[in-house]
Design a protein around this ligand. Sequence first.
Ligand code: ADP
Ligand code: MG
Length: 258
Amino acid sequence: MEPVVDLQHITHVYVSDREASLALDGLDLKVYPGEFVSLVGPSGCGKTTLLSIIAGLMKPTKGEAFVYGRKVEGPTAEVGYMLQQDYLFPWRTIFENASIGLELTGRLDQEHLARTTALLEEMGLEEARNLYPQQLSGGMRQRVALVRTLTTDPGILLLDEPFSALDYQTKLQLEDLIAGTLREKNKTAILVTHDLSEAAAVSDRVIVLGSRPGRILKSFEVPEHIRSARPLLAREQQGFNELFHEIWREMESAGNKE
Ligand code: ADP
Ligand code: MG
């Protein structure tokens, strides 16, 4: 099977007036169609840098990134990017916020608008359609951000700590909803999180990164019976705690403190 994301020896150096810092060092990663992969690692190990390179927002200093077999040269509609902060525009309604990607790409037609309405319904937001972002809870706002990302139908979703600003219960519910939706739509997803339990509960594969410089330390395959359970129930499966502790130990042994 051909990978949908293929990173080959990615090295990235940030250069400022005073210094140069090596953020990523010779990183290789392949992600396959429909896979849900999590990246965990301490602050500053290059997770956001890696996503920005896949999204085409940043060019690596060395190495090459391929998406669907084509070299990444800039942002494309095939890759959707969802951040910790929702960046909804306060003066636009929820529907207007959700459809902004369509507006920007000139696809504000009946078909796409109907898709937006359907996605809002799937996310339980039909009643919120004409409200404004400040009238919504954090969890609802993140659901709007997800709808906005999905309206243009990207095959690949990059999620940079989308749940980390939410309270625990909302976070669990959203993990369930988002992981379920992405699987059902057969999307390929790369999630950055510092919550090891979340990573193990939603993913097919958990990749532990080390810092200074950022690199892959170890990759964990999540056993079939855990990955096929919904995130909430995955945590109760046999072997989940063992998996969690193995990932935890890998983080610790590398001197990763988060
Ligand atoms: P993470 O998302 O894992 O916390 P980042 O990818 O944001 O890590 O950052 C990786 C490293 O690169 C860190 O040491 C960070 O300080 C540095 N870095 C990130 N962005 C910049 C930038 N724009 N300029 C200089 N250094 C940066
Ligand atoms: Mg980051």
